[in-house]
Design a protein around this ligand. Structure first.
Ligand SMILES: [Zn+2]
Length: 353
């Protein structure tokens, strides 16, 4: 088998910065790929072909007909099978020097530690920010490097994050809400961009494992297939980041009390603790064109697709919403923003004194 694998990797070991020593490092590495749709399956494919020794595929979904163009190695007979298991069967054909593990599970804050504690790096091929934020917090707590990758429509984004040495995902993309109108179902996505994103992501992971430089360590890369253009934005940490900032949220997973008001597309959300807000101060921070009403008892304004009514005691009515989890997320975002305003205000006051 050693001879067989030497032949297999013959072209790679002559690459500068790889060599037999580098190949040995890759073969000793364990990479988890969270989400093995178009982007994740592509990354896993190139990681496996490049000699990574152990790959863990974590995905809760099955292969549906609309996934077939993008999921690497999936064909008609794989329809409605687990994506992770389908991909595992294809990768295992490469050679028995590769160990592939499959986990058909939803990633939650309760199992994230068990799923990822023994890996060298996590590749994020997920399709939602709710789970990405769970991975991001885990990456910070466990000091596990985390490659963020997403592709939708003609655009993709990638960054290699390793908080606390680098900014975290919520510094770069805070409060992103998973909305149907922003999803691949609505905006579309093609196999070439998911393949390209997975390929660049895999190469970045290989370079990280080999200790080679990569711009993605402190930049967000944006790919626009329209040019094509490849843009780099320098990453910086935000002091008010809810995860790695000065005042992180201590209990991010706790859910507030949400009641959907029947037939009105509106949610009533109660705060954990009764607040006493100065609504006029808060309204001064919101662009006037977004404010619909501003009284002593309630401030009503537009926030993305929602109409927010913020009451003095912190209670919220969120209009144009149909989901409790989404309402919790919007509420946490509003309360966090208000809390940060108060902290900033207190700091300003103390500086003046
Ligand atoms: Zn952060």
């Amino acid at each position: 088998m050693e001879n067989e694998s030497s032949e297999f990797f013959a072209r790679q070991v002559v690459l500068p910065g790889v060599g037999l020593e580098g190949l040995a490092k890759l073969r000793a590495a364990t990479i988890a790929v969270a989400g093995v749709g178009g982007v994740g399956s592509s990354a896993a494919y190139y990681l496996a072909r490049s000699g990574v020794g152990r790959i863990r595929l974590v995905d809760q979904d099955i292969v549906e007909p609309s996934n077939l163009p993008r999921v690497h190695g999936a064909s008609q007979e794989d329809l409605f099978h687990s994506k992770a298991e389908v991909l595992s069967r294809r990768l295992s054909d490469f050679g028995n020097w590769l160990s592939v593990e499959t986990v058909v599970e939803t990633i939650t804050d309760r199992n994230v530690d068990d799923l990822f504690r023994d890996v060298d790096l996590i590749f994020d091929g997920l399709d939602n920010f709710r789970t990405r934020y769970i991975l991001n917090r885990f990456a910070l707590q466990s000091h596990t490097p985390y490659l963020f990758a997403s592709a939708v429509s003609d655009q993709a984004h990638l960054a290699l994050l390793n908080p606390p040495q680098t900014p975290c995902l919520e510094c770069v993309m805070p409060h992103v809400m998973d909305r149907f109108e922003d999803s691949c179902e609505t905006l579309g996505v093609g196999p070439s961009i998911t393949g390209l994103t997975g390929s660049i992501g895999a190469e970045t992971i290989l370079r990280s494992l080999l200790g080679r430089p990569t711009l993605l360590r402190d930049h967000l890369m944006t790919i626009d297939m329209g040019g094509p253009e490849f843009l780099f934005t320098k990453l910086s940490r935000r002091d008010d980041c809810a995860v790695c900032g000065k005042f992180p949220d201590e209990n991010p997973e706790a859910s507030p009390t949400v009641t959907l008001l029947c037939g009105e597309h509106t949610a009533n959300v109660l705060p954990f603790d009764r607040l006493d807000l100065h609504l006029s101060q808060i309204s001064a921070m919101i662009p006037t064109e977004r404010i619909l009403a501003n009284t002593n008892s309630v401030l009503v304004y537009r926030e993305g697709p929602y109409t927010i009514s913020l009451f003095r005691n912190g209670r919220l009515l969120i209009g144009d919403i149909d989901e409790e989890t989404e309402a919790s997320k919007v509420a946490n975002h509003v309360w966090r923003t208000v809390k940060n305003m108060k902290i900033a205000d207190a700091e300003k006051t103390s500086t003046h004194i």
